[in-house]
Ligand binder design. Structure first.
Ligand code: MSP
Length: 662
């Protein structure tokens, strides 16, 4: 059993049919931040990523290129490793499913399950989505292409293949009850928690046994005892999480390693593969008699316009270009701050540039700059805490303490965008303190108080640097070094930040160049076609005739739970500049999601002031849309009366913002 002081985090292992892009970078970055935060909290960490190299999709891609599959997969490894290195993704192991130890361990696993009766032979008749490498059930509700052929929702350009072949099956159906019990006992198994409902309802609707082998395919792990079959690629791939840390190997070191790290603390992935991780993987582990992972972090997609960014859709943004233009760590910051883990997020160059200018260069960069230049300009190099802090500084110290508590809660729930929001609120408070104290006047009039203000700014900057270090490790180490500090790997910063003793000493050093600079705008100039299109993409969604007629049909409960209807309180409301229809609302939709900006075309029905403080109902999992230069992160519900006047949809009494309708 892994000790509490160990933390094991994984990313999905990526298919190598295409190079990494901003979407795959996002998942890997989330895992990196989780690992670095665990280290900050004094834990030993193991961070594993890698590649999924078998299956029909890879075999087809290698054929297209006229290469033997192994040669092809080998050629795809450096593009992954290079980008992960460029973005300082500090993984401990890069695992590959073509590695021999993995293949042997998968075969041993299949043998064990066959012997205990969890795998049996039968025939599979059904459909298969090659890009998803997934068996699909086609119903009258399934999406279809223009010629009426069934397609999968994620890959509308590729029709589902009909498969009729002998296959080995895993008895997934017999794990239904155990899975439901497990979800019930572990409400935080899937984060954000809203995603749990979809999984539970899928399991409750009945699980069929899972085909675990493919017959007419050669590129896979040979099925033990039956040379005509290979192991189904997901049966092979999911096991990477245990084989990569030693499972299935008999040498002492591998066994020790496995016992040290398993069960995993966190598997990171996007919502496309939650079913594999939340249902199949736990069932496989139960069958193997192993403990289950502690948490799945299921994030949304990075979208270009309203489409998922992916190489196969040809709309992927190259992370290397962004790193060249803006620097690695500002891009890391943007991805973690702007993209809410809970939702799909639209990638936009303009938002990226705005974040760097406002948050990094202005709010944080200038605070550091002003503190250092004012102190050093007045020959104050060694800064000490005063014997007792004045009330204004004591208040700032309390704010620091509150910030750390909220940051810690959000980081532990993997709500990184929320945690960063708390840090920036604090940066605003430090800036406000600095302005109010006017240290440039105090420097001439009251040396003692001047020293205190600089000391309070240094204390605050140190805490900020520590909290931001999982997100921007090099920039924060530069920031800390200007204060004469550095992160010590053996410290438990949880204790330090919680104690918040504010009795540090600082030795200030000049910055050789500003920590962050306002970037030159590339929005107009971009010659990457995907980045160029950005300006024309955003528009309001108007239902097409087909969508409108589809929406009058019956839906199942599974369809209903997909729609998140949430109660929210309007905290601010103002007209949108340049529009006589649109209002911009700031809505509190609960702690987990924080404040949302929601645009609504109701300016002719409501006065902004009349809406402030009201509770309403919002669709909170709509993909964000850009309108009038603003991103709307949800939709507010109204009902229209006989005279065409809109009424706010409300609940029958006050409830906590964030309450989901059911
Ligand atoms: N090989 C499987 C995973 C096996 S894990 C045992 C697979 N590979 S994949 O290359 O298709 O990667 C899917 C994952 O890549 C998503 O779950 C997500 O983590 C990441 N993303 C791919 N495109 C993305 C976006 N546009 N946005 C966010 N994440 C993206 O599925």
């Amino acid at each position: 059993m892994a000790s509490k002081n160990n933390y094991y985090v994984t990313t999905p292992i990526y298919y190598v049919n295409s190079k990494p892009h901003l979407g795959t970078l996002y998942s890997t970055l989330l895992a990196d931040v989780a690992s670095r935060f665990a280290q900050l909290m004094g834990k030993q960490t193991f961070f594993m990523t890698g590649t999924d190299e078998h299956g029909q999709k890879i075999q087809e891609r290698a054929q297209e290129l006229g290469m033997p599959p192994k040669e092809f997969v080998d050629s795809m490894i450096s593009p992954f490793k290079d980008i992960w290195k460029l973005f300082d993704l500090n993984y401990n192991k890069f695992m590959r499913t073509t590695d021999e130890y993995h293949q042997k361990a998968v075969q041993a696993w299949i043998k064990q399950l066959m012997e205990q009766g969890d795998i049996y032979k039968s025939t599979y008749d059904g459909s298969y989505c090659v890009p998803c490498e997934s068996f699909m059930t086609v119903t009258s509700d399934s999406p279809r292409n223009e010629s009426g052929k069934a397609v999968c929702a994620l890959h509308p350009n590729r029709i589902l293949e009909e498969v009729s072949e002998e296959s080995y099956f895993f008895r997934l159906s017999s794990y239904e009850k155990l899975l439901l019990e497990f979800y019930e006992k572990n409400p935080k198994f899937i984060m954000p928690r809203e995603r749990m409902a979809e999984v539970v309802s899928f399991v409750k609707s009945g699980l069929k046994d899972l085909s675990i082998s493919r017959k007419n395919l050669t590129w896979g792990v040979p099925f033990p005892g039956d040379p005509e079959h290979v192991v189904y690629v997901w049966g092979d791939a999911l096991n990477n999480y245990i084989t990569g840390i030693g499972y299935g190997q008999s040498d002492e070191e591998s066994m020790k390693n496995f016992n040290q790290w398993w069960p995993a603390d966190l598997h990171v992935m996007a919502k496309d593969i939650v079913r594999f991780h939340a249902i199949y993987w736990p069932a496989f582990l139960m069958a193997s008699g192993l403990e289950l992972p502690k948490r799945l972090l299921v994030h949304g997609y990075i979208l270009m316009g309203d489409q998922k960014m992916s190489k196969s859709l040809g709309n992927a943004v190259d992370p290397t270009t962004l790193a060249e233009w803006y620097g690695v760590e500002p891009v890391r910051y943007y991805l973690m701050r702007q993209m809410a883990v809970t939702h799909d997020g639209i990638f936009s160059l303009k938002d990226l540039e705005d974040r760097i200018t406002a948050d990094l260069a202005n709010n944080l960069g200038n605070l550091l700059n002003r503190t250092l230049s004012l102190a050093l300009g007045n020959k104050l190099e060694k800064v000490k805490a005063p014997v007792a802090w004045e009330p204004a500084a004591s208040h700032l110290r309390e704010q620091a303490e509150e910030t750390y508590r909220s940051y810690w809660d959000a980081m532990n729930d993997n709500m990184y965008h929320v945690a960063l929001g708390h840090v920036w609120t604090f940066i605003g408070q430090v800036n406000a303190y600095f302005h109010a104290q006017k240290p440039w006047v105090l420097a001439k009039e009251n040396g003692e108080l001047f020293q205190e203000v600089i000391a309070a700014a240094c204390q605050s900057l140190e805490i900020i640097g520590i909290m931001l270090s999982p997100f921007m490790p090099s920039k924060m180490s530069e920031l800390l070094s200007c204060l004469g500090k550095r992160l010590e790997s053996e410290y438990n910063y949880d204790e330090i930040l919680r104690t918040n003793s504010w009795n540090g000493q600082f030795e200030l050093k000049k910055l050789s160049e500003p920590l962050f600079i306002r970037p030159e705008s590339r929005v107009e100039k971009s010659d990457q076609p995907e980045l160029k299109k950005e300006k024309n993409r955003a528009s309001m969604h108007v239902l097409s005739k087909k969508e409108a007629s589809d929406s009058s049909g019956e839906i199942t409960i599974n369809d209903f739970v997909k729609c998140h209807l949430t109660v929210g309180s309007i905290r601010a409301c103002e007209p949108v500049k340049g529009s006589n229809k649109m209002l911009k609302l700031t809505v509190d939709v609960g702690e987990e999601s924080g404040d949302r900006t929601i645009l609504s075309g109701v300016a002719q029905h409501f006065n902004p002031d009349d809406l402030i403080g009201k509770q309403g109902v919002y669709v909170t999992n709509l993909a964000p849309r850009k309108m009038m230069g603003e991103v709307s992160q949800g939709m507010m519900l109204f009902a229209e009366d006989d005279e065409g006047k809109l009424k706010l949809v409300t609940v029958g009494g006050q409830v906590k913002p964030g309450t989901r309708l059911r």
